[in-house]
Design a protein. Structure first.
Length: 98
């Protein structure tokens, strides 16, 4: 992958993460694989809103979907999960957030 393509991939990923509901989804998925219905009940968003956010994250390469029977389960891509853990650890140690 050339430099420009790599930068475009990063841009797409960070653009997808620039949303509070999507960040909440990523935080949930950083701890475990979660079904769509669980995300919906935890975030108190409509099913179409959850589907929209999950699609954005999937298209950006942040997560992937696995089908288990009639249910869709979502999991972070390995590199993204590592990045989220690193950022979360750093923020707990160094950032003062309101």
């Amino acid at each position: 992958m050339d430099e420009r393509t790599r930068r475009l991939a990063w841009t797409k990923m960070f653009s997808a993460l620039a949303s509070e509901p999507r960040l909440q989804i990523v935080e949930l998925l950083s701890r475990q694989t979660v079904r769509c219905q669980e995300i919906q009940s935890l975030l108190k968003l409509s099913q179409p809103a959850i589907s929209y956010h999950l699609t954005k994250l999937e298209q950006a390469g942040v997560l992937h979907k696995e089908r288990h029977g009639t249910r869709n389960c979502y999991q972070l891509q390995t590199g993204v999960a590592d990045l989220v853990r690193l950022i979360t650890k750093e923020s707990e140690e160094t950032w003062n957030t309101p």
